[in-house]
Design a protein around this ligand. Structure first.
Ligand code: ATP
Length: 645
C-alpha cells in the first residue's frame, strides 16, 4: 500500500500536529408554530460563539466559543466553503482528512452531510471538489497519475457493513505495517467522474440502516462512512506512490432514551451508538492530553478512523444542534462534547461559564490547585470574591476524615476538562499527589473503624438508641480523647453480663459504599428494623463478590419487601451515594458497584457523556440491558452489600 505523508514532511520538516476544528451549526425551527412561541433555548452571539440557557438557573446563560458558529440562516455552500474546502488539497498530497457530523437525532447531521437535491451538502460538494482538484493537477501537466475511488460502509450495532455490496457480513478492520487502516473485503470502486460517483452513491445510501423513531422518521441508526481515496503514482523515477484518504462521516444521533421512548432493538442500537460516541470522545480526550493509551480499539468507529483522526490528519467536526426547547438537554450535551473535542487539538477554544454557581464551584477548587498557573489562580480569586459578595457560602465544619480532599480530587478532574494541555499535565501531577493523600485517609479511616469496634465492644447495657435510630454510649460513658474508645464511670466492663440485660434488637453498622467519600463512622451508624434481622443474621458470613452478576441472589430478603425493612434515612443516604458514583465516579468507581461489570460501566459512562448527569438512580433503566428487574436487583445488592460487610 502507498505511503501516507506526515504533515511534517510537507511543512518543511517542522513537527506539528493538525488540530481538529470544531464548528457548531444551529438548524432552523422545524416544529409547529406554537413550539416556536416557547422561544429558542440557544442563540448565536457572533461568528464563533453562542449561548444556551443555564438549566440550573434560567436567568443565566452558558457561553461557548468554537472555531465557527453557523447560525440558522447559514447556507450549505457557506458551510462547505469555510470548513471543508480548505482541507481537501491535503488529500492530493498523500495525507488523510475527515469530516464528521455529530449531534442529536433530528438536529441536521444528514442535512449537513448529504443535503437535498436543491441544497446539496458536504458529501456531493467535497467529492466534486476532489475531482476538480485532480483535473487541475492533470491539466497543469504534473508527472503523476491519479486514481479516485470510493468505499461506503456503515457501522451498525458495532458491525462493519458494506453499503456498496450489501450483506450482513461483519467486516474486519486491519492495520498494515505502515499503520494504514484497511478493511479486507470492503468494495472499492474506481470513479471516472463525479456523475459516476452519483451512480454508485445514491443506491448505496438507500441501503443505510434507518428506522422510524418517535423523533425523526428517518433517524440514522448507524454511523455512515464514505471513504474517498486518491491514489497517485509518479510516471517517472523514482515512481513514488501516495495515497490520501478522505472520510466523510454522518454519525448516528446521540439519543436520550427517556425522550425517544426507545425499547427493544432500538434501545440496543442506541446503546451501541452511545458507546461508540463515548469512545470517540475518549479518543479525542487522550489525543488532547498526549498521555497514556489512546483507546482507538475500544470501538469500531474509532478503530476505523485511527489513521484519520489525530496525528497528521486534518479533521473537522460539525456539531449540529436544534433550537427547540425539547432538544435542550441534547443540545447542552452536544455542546459539551464539542467543547471537549475542541480542546483535543490546540488551545483556541475558550469555554466561559457565566453561571455564578459554576464560578462558585471553581472558586472553591483554588486551594487544591497548587499547580495551577498564575492567570488561573487570579481567575479563581476573582470568582471567589464575586461569589462571596453575591452568595456567601455557609462555613462548613472541617471534616475529620478529610472528605474535602476527595472533592478536591473530583474538582481537579473537572478542572482538567477545561484546561489547556500543559496546565492539564501539571494538574495531573497534583491529582497524583491528592490520590496519595486519599490513600493516607483510607488508612486513617481503617484506624477509625478499629476504634469504632472498640465502641461496639462496649456492653449493650452501656449503649442506647435515640429517636433517629442512632446508637450512642449511655450517659456516663465518655469518649476518651483521640482514642475512639470510651471511658465509663459505670461498673467495669469485665463484669459478667446478665443475659436479661441484652437488647432485643440486632444492630448493624453500615459502612460507606466502596468508593464513596470517607465519612465519620458515627454518621453511618444505623439500626435496622427488627423484622430484617433474622434473615440478615444468618447471612452475615455471606461473601460479597465484587460487582458481579450473581450478587443479588446472596440476599434472602424478599425482592419486594426488603426496602420496608430498612430505615428510610439509610435508604436515602445509600441512594444518594450510588447517584454520586454514577454522576461523578471514574470508570473504576462505577465498576465497583455491585452488579456492574465492565460493559455496563462503560455504557453508564457513555450515557453520562452524552446525556449529562443522572437525575435519579432510576435513570439507569434507560441504559441498554438494565431492565426494571435488573435495576431492582442492582439497588438491593448495593444497599444490602454494605450491611453484609
Ligand atoms: N440547516 C437546515 N436547514 C433546513 N432544514 C434542515 C436543516 N437542518 C436540518 N434540517 C431538516 O431537519 C430534519 C432533520 O434533519 P436530519 O435528518 O438531517 O437530522 P439528523 O441529525 O441527521 O437526524 P438522525 O440522526 O436521526 O439521522 C430534516 O427534515 C432536515 O431536512
Amino acid at each position: 500500500m502507498a505511503q501516507r505523508v506526515a504533515v511534517s514532511d510537507v511543512a518543511g520538516g517542522s513537527k506539528r500536529t493538525s488540530r481538529v476544528r470544531v464548528a457548531v451549526r444551529l438548524r432552523p425551527y422545524m416544529e409547529k408554530q406554537d413550539e416556536k412561541a416557547e422561544g429558542a433555548c440557544v442563540r448565536g452571539l457572533g461568528p464563533q460563539s453562542l449561548e444556551i440557557i443555564n438549566w440550573r438557573n434560567s436567568t443565566e446563560t452558558l457561553q461557548y466559543q468554537f472555531d465557527v458558529f453557523y447560525g440558522e440562516q447559514t447556507t450549505q455552500q457557506e458551510v462547505f466553503l469555510t470548513s471543508v474546502k480548505p482541507i481537501l488539497p491535503h488529500i492530493l498530497n498523500g495525507q488523510n482528512a475527515s469530516v464528521f457530523a455529530y449531534g442529536p437525532t433530528g438536529a441536521g447531521k444528514t442535512h449537513t452531510m448529504l443535503g437535498t437535491q436543491e441544497q446539496p451538502g458536504v458529501i456531493p460538494r467535497a467529492v466534486r471538489e476532489v475531482f476538480q482538484l485532480v483535473r487541475a493537477q492533470e491539466k497543469a501537466g504534473d508527472d503523476w497519475d491519479y486514481t479516485i475511488g470510493m468505499s461506503y460502509l456503515e457501522i451498525y450495532n458495532e458491525k462493519v457493513l458494506d453499503l456498496l455490496s450489501p450483506s450482513t457480513q461483519d467486516l474486519p478492520i486491519r492495520e498494515d505495517k505502515d499503520r494504514n487502516i484497511f478493511i479486507p473485503g470492503l468494495t472499492h470502486t474506481t470513479l471516472s467522474s463525479f456523475s459516476d460517483f452519483h451512480t454508485h452513491f445514491i443506491p448505496a445510501s438507500l441501503n443505510r440502516t434507518t428506522a422510524s423513531t418517535k423523533l425523526n422518521h428517518r433517524s440514522s441508526r448507524s454511523h455512515a462512512i464514505l471513504l474517498i481515496k486518491v491514489e497517485k503514482s509518479q510516471r517517472v523515477p523514482p515512481h513514488r506512490q501516495q495515497t490520501g484518504k478522505l472520510y466523510l462521516v454522518d454519525l448516528a444521533g446521540s439519543e436520550d432514551n427517556r425522550r425517544t421512548g426507545n425499547q427493544g432493538l432500538r434501545l440496543k442500537e442506541s446503546g451501541a451508538i452511545n458507546l461508540s460516541l463515548f469512545t470517540l470522545s475518549k479518543v479525542v480526550d487522550s489525543l488532547n492530553l498526549g498521555v497514556g493509551r489512546v483507546p482507538y480499539r475500544d470501538s469500531k468507529l474509532t478503530r476505523l478512523l485511527q489513521d484519520s483522526l489525530g496525528g497528521s490528519a486534518h479533521s473537522i467536526m460539525i456539531t449540529n444542534i436544534a433550537p427547540e426547547q425539547k432538544y435542550y438537554f441534547d443540545t447542552f450535551s452536544a455542546l459539551n462534547f464539542a467543547a471537549k473535542s475542541k480542546l483535543i487539538v490546540n488551545k483556541p477554544f475558550v469555554r466561559e461559564t457565566v453561571s455564578s454557581n459554576e464560578s462558585g464551584k471553581r472558586a472553591r477548587q483554588e486551594p487544591a490547585s497548587e499547580a495551577a498557573t498564575e492567570p488561573q489562580k487570579k481567575r479563581f480569586k476573582e470568582r471567589q470574591h464575586e461569589e462571596q459578595e453575591e452568595n456567601p457560602v455557609p462555613s462548613q465544619p472541617p471534616s475529620p476524615t478529610g472528605s474535602s480532599v476527595l472533592s478536591r480530587l473530583l474538582a481537579l478532574e473537572k478542572l482538567m476538562m477545561g484546561s489547556p494541555e500543559r496546565e492539564r499535565l501539571n494538574l495531573l501531577k497534583t491529582v497524583a499527589q491528592s490520590r496519595k493523600e486519599i490513600q493516607k485517609l483510607k488508612e486513617k479511616q481503617k484506624e477509625l473503624e478499629k476504634k469504632a469496634q472498640g465502641f461496639k465492644a462496649i456492653p449493650a447495657d452501656q449503649k442506647e438508641q435515640d429517636q433517629d435510630g442512632l446508637v450512642h454510649p449511655k450517659k456516663g460513658v465518655e469518649p476518651m480523647k483521640d482514642t475512639g474508645l470510651f471511658r465509663t464511670n459505670l461498673p467495669p466492663l469485665h463484669r459478667k453480663q446478665s443475659t436479661a440485660a441484652k437488647p432485643k434488637r440486632q444492630q448493624a453498622v453500615v459502612t460507606p459504599l466502596q468508593v464513596s467519600e470517607v465519612q465519620p463512622i458515627q454518621q453511618c451508624a444505623v439500626v435496622f428494623k427488627p423484622s430484617l434481622c433474622p434473615s440478615l443474621k444468618h447471612k452475615q458470613n455471606a461473601k460479597v463478590v465484587d460487582g458481579k452478576e450473581n450478587m443479588g441472589k446472596e440476599f434472602s430478603v424478599s425482592d419486594t419487601d426488603w426496602e420496608s425493612h430498612l430505615d428510610t434515612s439509610v435508604l436515602e443516604k445509600s441512594r444518594e451515594k450510588i447517584l454520586q458514583i454514577l454522576n461523578s465516579g471514574t470508570l473504576k468507581d462505577v465498576k465497583s458497584l455491585q452488579l456492574i461489570g465492565d460493559k455496563k460501566a462503560k455504557l453508564i459512562m457513555g450515557w453520562r457523556e452524552v446525556h449529562g448527569q443522572f437525575s435519579q438512580v432510576e435513570d439507569l433503566q434507560k441504559i441498554e440491558g438494565i431492565t426494571a428487574k435488573r435495576f431492582s436487583s442492582f439497588i438491593k445488592a448495593n444497599i444490602l452489600s454494605t450491611i453484609v460487610k
